[in-house]
Design a protein around this ligand. Structure first.
Ligand SMILES: C[S@@+](CC[C@H](N)C(=O)[O-])C[C@H]1O[C@@H](n2cnc3c(N)ncnc32)[C@H](O)[C@@H]1O
Length: 191
């Protein structure tokens, strides 16, 4: 079974995009105006639709065609413009900027609850100079209270900023956010 088929099966029972990430909605760096954004492995589009609603030209990338369908339906229903792209972000050859649809790079790249270390190391190449990355991943400490996500999907404590090579941290928080232990990084591609 491919990653797409596995995730399609999970999204089969979903009808709605879900709520946007409060890490993203609360990000001060986005508040100043941001022309374009990409949400990588953004699922059924909860966060991507919120970005589109802010007037940001938004691309949602995910391996699941079913998740993207949910997002597209919601965009139509809400009168929002949302680009969607089905891509396997874990394949050996990471998609190039052109393949992802951002000719000159995006002004913001979001990646929440999806850990593929090579992708995080390539975020700088997806951004325009000065562009920001917003990354949120649960840490290994999350296992103290939650059985999932499992170990392969968790970062070590302090690991996240080191994974995002080529980006300068703007803010980094690690700790309990409600019942989840998360690493939250906002980082910028140098100008
Ligand atoms: C835990 S969900 C997180 C969704 C969303 N980012 C969020 O925070 O709610 C993980 C997402 O990664 C997507 N995904 C899994 N493997 C992938 C891959 N190889 N390439 C692209 N997306 C993938 C899944 O379809 C799913 O939408």
């Amino acid at each position: 079974m491919t990653a797409g088929e596995r995730w399609d099966a999970k999204y089969a029972v979903w009808q709605e995009p879900g709520a946007p990430s409060e890490f993203v909605t609360g990000c001060a760096e986005l508040a100043g105006g941001c022309p374009t954004a990409v949400d990588l492995a953004g699922g059924a589009g909860g966060t991507a639709l919120w970005l589109a609603q802010q007037g940001i030209d938004t691309t949602l990338v995910d391996v699941s065609g079913r998740a993207l369908e949910i997002a597209r339906d919601a965009a139509i229903e809400r009168g929002l413009r949302l680009r969607t792209l089905q891509a396997d972000l874990e394949s050996d050859l990471l998609p190039t900027l052109d393949e992802l649809g951002g000719a000159d790079g995006w002004h913001a790249a979001v990646c929440t609850n999806f850990l593929h270390r090579p992708l995080l190391g390539a975020l700088d190449g997806l951004l325009v100079p000065g562009g920001i990355a917003l990354v949120l991943i649960a840490t290994v400490d999350n296992l103290l209270r939650n059985a999932r996500p499992g170990r392969p999907f968790l970062v070590e404590r302090g690991e996240l900023p080191e994974l995002c090579t080529g980006l300068e941290p703007v803010s980094f928080e690690e700790g309990w956010f409600g019942q989840r232990h998360e690493a939250r990084l906002v980082a910028r591609r140098p100008r």
